[in-house]
Design a protein. Structure first.
Length: 532
C-alpha cells in the first residue's frame, strides 16, 4: 500500500508539473541521475549519462542500437589502414545554442580539457578509460611537459585528425561506447581557469551546448528534462520529440506501476511480470538479449587473493538455477567476462558445473578460515537484495560466510571505487560489442583497475588485441585472455544480460537496442509519438 501511494504521488507530480505523457514528450527510465556535475567530463557510466549526454554534448561518434559505430556529430570519419590515424570531418553548418559555429577547435579543446592532469585530480578518469596515453603527445601533456596534445590536430575548422603512437583498433570503439567526449564550448570555457570552471554556473546550468537537445532542468534522483532545439544549429536529422524526461527510478515495482499508469513510456520489467503486463493493450513487451553482462561478480582480488577461493565460489553456485530464478531461463550461463562476439569466445573454457563438494575441497586447500566474513555490497532494491540472498545461501552451504551491505546507488559506487568490498555485482554495459571492452575492466595499466587484479599477460594481450585488424590473430589473442580469466576469476561470470522491454505503443520507431543502459536513446531522432 505504501509503495502504491508513493507511485501515485510521483505520477501526479510528473503530470501536473511537467506534463509527462503528453503528445510531444517521451519519458524513459534510467537507473540513477548524473554524477558529480551535469557534464560528460565527470562521466562515471550511469544510465542517465549514457542516454542524455550525447543528446546535449554530442561526441564525434556514437553507436546505433545494434552497437555499430556511426558518426554522431561528425559527418564522416576515416581510419588509416594501420589504425594509427583517425580523421573526422565535421559539418559546416553546426552551431552552438548561442549561434557560434562549432569547429574542430572545440573538439581539440575538449580532448585537452578531459585529458589534463587537473581533470584527473578533480575526478575525471577519462584519460585512463579512453586509453588517451595512445595519442601522440598525450602523456607529455598529462604530465605538464607540453602545452598541447600534438597528436590532436586541427587541419581546418571542419577537420580534426587524431594520431596514435601505435595501432589501436579499440580507440574508436571506446570513443563510441563511452560518450564522454561530448564537445565543450571553447569560446565559453576556454577563458576560465580550472578553479573558475569548477565554480561556474555552466556546470549546473549548461546554457551553451551543441546537441539536438538542450538542457532544461536536473533534479538529482528525480528527473532530467531535455528539450529539442528550436533553431537550426543541429546540423543533422532533427528530433521529432519535443521533450525528453529521464526518470531515475529505483525498484521494479515503481516503474512497473508507472508503465501501467501510462506515466512512463519506455522501461523494462521483471521476467515474472511478462505474462501479466503483456495483457495490457497499450504496451509492447519484448525480451531482448543484450551486449551486456547479466551478472558478473567483481572480486576485490586484494582481499580475496587466492584464486582457489574464487574458483570455489564458482563451484558453489548453481548458476543454471540462478539464471532460472533471475531471468526465467531466458539466457544461458557464461564462463568468462569475454562472452561475445562469438569468434572471441574460447572453446577451451572450464564450465564450472555446480559442485559444492569440489568447492569445499578447494577451500580446504586454500586454508580458508570459516570464521571470515566476506562483504557483498549492493543497492537496496528488491532484485539486488534477492540476488544477494541467493548467493549468500549458496556460499553458506560450503562454509563461506557473506555479509550483505546495502546502500543507495551512489553509496555503493563510492565503496566500489574505494575498494571497500569483497564482492560487487556488475551488470549491463556493452562488453559484448568487442572483447577489448571486457579487457578494459581488468587490465592494470595505464592505471590500476578497481578490482586490484594484475596480470602482466592480460596487459600484453589487451595491447596486442587492438593492434591488429587480422581477425584470426585477434581470435587467438582473446581466446588466450578468456582462458586466463576463466582460470583466475577476477570476475565470477554467471550469465549474460536479458532485458524485458515494456514500451507504450504511443511511441513509434523504438529500435529495441542491445543495451537498455548505453544504447537506449541511440535512435531517438527517429522516435515519434501518436495520439492515444
Amino acid at each position: 500500500m505504501k509503495k502504491t501511494m508513493i507511485c501515485a504521488i510521483l505520477c501526479v507530480l510528473l503530470i501536473s508539473v511537467f506534463g509527462v505523457g503528453g503528445d510531444s514528450s517521451v519519458s524513459f527510465r534510467v537507473t540513477t541521475s548524473w554524477g558529480r556535475f551535469s557534464n560528460p567530463i565527470w562521466f562515471i557510466g550511469t544510465t542517465s549519462q549514457f542516454t542524455t549526454f550525447p543528446l546535449v554534448w554530442p561526441p564525434l561518434v556514437w553507436t546505433d542500437s545494434r552497437g555499430n559505430i556511426v558518426p554522431w556529430y561528425a559527418d564522416s570519419y576515416e581510419v588509416s589502414s594501420d589504425a594509427t590515424t583517425y580523421t573526422f570531418y565535421l559539418p559546416r553548418d553546426g552551431r552552438w545554442t548561442d549561434g557560434v559555429p562549432v569547429t574542430a577547435d572545440d573538439f581539440k579543446f575538449t580532448f585537452e580539457l578531459i585529458f589534463s592532469k587537473r581533470a584527473f585530480e578533480e575526478g575525471c578518469h577519462l584519460y585512463s578509460w579512453l586509453g588517451a596515453n595512445k595519442i601522440k603527445g598525450a602523456e607529455a601533456y598529462f604530465n605538464g611537459e607540453a602545452e598541447e596534445i600534438i597528436g590532436i590536430k586541427v587541419i581546418d575548422p571542419y577537420t580534426l585528425k587524431i594520431e596514435l603512437v601505435e595501432p589501436d583498433l579499440g580507440f574508436l570503439i571506446r570513443l563510441a561506447a563511452y560518450p564522454a567526449t561530448g564537445v565543450q564550448p571553447k569560446h565559453v570555457l576556454g577563458r576560465l581557469s580550472w578553479d573558475e570552471f569548477l565554480s561556474s554556473s555552466y556546470l549546473k546550468d549548461p546554457d551553451v551546448t551543441a546537441g539536438p537537445y538542450k538542457f532544461v532542468e536536473f533534479k538529482r534522483e528525480q528527473y532530467i528534462i531535455l528539450e529539442a532545439r528550436e533553431d537550426d544549429g543541429w546540423p543533422h536529422k532533427k528530433p521529432q520529440i519535443k521533450t525528453l524526461y529521464a526518470l531515475p527510478l529505483s525498484g521494479f515495482e515503481t516503474y512497473e506501476t508507472m508503465l501501467e499508469a501510462k506515466q512512463l513510456d519506455i522501461g523494462y520489467i521483471r521476467v515474472s511480470e511478462m505474462e501479466r503486463m503483456s495483457k495490457l493493450p497499450y504496451l509492447t513487451i519484448k525480451p531482448q538479449s543484450t551486449l551486456g553482462w547479466g551478472l558478473v561478480i567483481g572480486v576485490n582480488c586484494a582481499r580475496v587473493s587466492d584464486k582457489r577461493v574464487r574458483q570455489a565460489v564458482m563451484y558453489a553456485l548453481d548458476r543454471e538455477a540462478i539464471v532460472e530464478a533471475m531471468t526465467g531461463g531466458l539466457v544461458e550461463t557464461i564462463d568468462s567476462p569475454i562472452f561475445a562476439p562469438e569468434w572471441a569466445v574460447s572453446p577451451n573454457l572450464v564450465h564450472y558445473e555446480y559442485d559444492p563438494d569440489k568447492a569445499r575441497k578447494l577451500l580446504a586447500e586454500a586454508n580458508w578460515d570459516p570464521n571470515r566474513e566476506l562483504v557483498w555490497i549492493c543497492t537496496s532494491s528488491e532484485t539486488s537484495r534477492n540476488l544477494a540472498q541467493i548467493i549468500q545461501a549458496y556460499l553458506a552451504d560450503v562454509g563461506v560466510k557473506m555479509r550483505i551491505e546495502m546502500g543507495t546507488y551512489q553509496e555503493v559506487v563510492n565503496r566500489w571505487q574505494q575498494g571497500d568490498f569483497d564482492f560487487y555485482p556488475l551488470g549491463g554495459g556493452v562488453p559484448g560489442l568487442d572483447p577489448s571492452i571486457a579487457l578494459d575492466y581488468l587490465r592494470s595499466e595505464p592505471s590500476p583497475n578497481l578490482y586490484n587484479y594484475s596480470n602482466e599477460r592480460i596487459n600484453e594481450l589487451a595491447r596486442e588485441g587492438v593492434r591488429t585488424p587480422d581477425l584470426e590473430r585477434r581470435q587467438a589473442i582473446y581466446w588466450e585472455a578468456s582462458e586466463i580469466l576463466n582460470d583466475e576469476l577476477p570476475f565470477i561470470p554467471v550469465y549474460r544480460e536479458v532485458i524485458v522491454y515494456a514500451v507504450n505503443k504511443r511511441v513509434l520507431n523504438f529500435d529495441w537496442p542491445l543495451s537498455p543502459y548505453q544504447l537506449l536513446t541511440c535512435n531517438v531522432l527517429d522516435w515519434q509519438v501518436v495520439d492515444e
